[in-house]
Design a binder for this molecule. Structure first.
Ligand code: FES
Length: 118
């Protein structure tokens, strides 16, 4: 099962850092649209606050066997970004499907502790 980690802590998901963004609505939308093959979880700070809102998509067993690895996404702040992520996850996510065209700028490097925080 693909695991989608949605950061919600000191920066991600806050109106202090991102005023005017419906953070709860975006999370609800992702949960509702990611599909039965994914588990969406809220995470504490992933130590990449400068890239908020951060989402990390971790491949399921099949995706990992196909060479997929965790993909970090930055600036997930609108429905277009959420819908692109959800569609990608429904298509299989890392290892099984490419990041949707036009969404590559969302892909970023892990936070300061890298994969250790996952
Ligand atoms: S609050 Fe999301 S990376 Fe720190």
């Amino acid at each position: 099962m693909t695991r989608v980690r949605v950061c919600r802590d000191c920066c991600c998901g806050t109106t202090g850092k991102h005023p005017g963004v419906d953070h709860d609505g975006l999370l609800d939308r992702l949960v509702a649209t990611a599909g039965a093959g994914a588990r969406v979880e809220v995470s504490t700070c992933l130590l990449a606050c400068e890239k908020s809102n951060v989402v990390v998509v971790q491949p399921g067993a099949e995706g990992r066997l196909a060479g997929g690895r965790a993909v970090w996404l930055r600036a997930v702040l609108d429905t277009d970004a959420v819908d692109a992520i959800a569609g990608w996850v429904r298509d299989g996510g890392p290892g099984l499907a490419d990041v949707p065209p036009g969404r590559a700028p969302l892909v970023t490097t892990p936070g300061v502790l890298g994969e250790a925080v996952l």
